[in-house]
Write a protein of this length. Structure first.
Length: 172
């Protein structure tokens, strides 16, 4: 975990003592702030200006990683203690299936759709199709994650209380 994420995690712990949904709020704000920075960095990538690209991409990377520690803590907050190992395993499995397996395939197929003949390499336009594919998918993913997080704020307090009262039976 990078030092910024660690400091942010400490802040989320402090805020959680005052507001039950603080971690989920931090997650939502992090992914929603990442979206415009991500679009900007993708648009700048085609300019081949490494200084400008780095000036945008480095903050984008740090803001995008701010949600990692609060996400793990939020998951453990709403799951009964006897189910936490299973919850972490399921969450990691879903992250790997959607992020590590399906996302590159989806992006690659979409990039191929933007260049069905493969002639971009011949015309010195290689990479534009990949940037278009990323611009078509990343903002939607960030907005969806932010909205789901904001909607989830409604139930965090109840779920934390139910998880602390003795498990899944208390949730119903």
């Amino acid at each position: 975990m990078n030092p910024v994420s660690r400091r942010f995690s400490d802040s989320s712990n402090w805020l959680t003592r005052r507001y039950a949904g603080a971690r989920l709020l931090i997650i939502s704000v992090s992914v929603l702030l990442t979206m415009p920075l991500n679009i900007t960095s993708l648009l700048i990538a085609n300019t081949h200006n490494i200084v400008l690209f780095s000036a945008i991409m480095i903050p984008t990377f740090f803001i995008n990683t701010l949600h990692l520690a609060p996400l793990s803590a939020a998951l453990l907050d709403v799951v009964p203690s006897e189910s936490r190992a299973s919850a972490v395993a399921i969450a990691l499995f879903i992250q790997r299936i959607l992020g590590s397996a399906a996302a590159p395939l989806t992006i690659g197929m979409l990039a191929g759709y933007f260049d069905p003949t493969g002639l971009h390499f011949l015309h010195n336009l290689a990479g534009h199709d990949l940037v278009l594919a990323l611009i078509s998918t990343c903002p939607l993913a960030f907005i969806s994650a932010g909205i789901v997080g904001i909607i989830g704020l409604r139930w965090v307090g109840h779920d934390r209380a139910a998880a602390g009262e003795g498990g899944a039976a208390a949730m119903f």
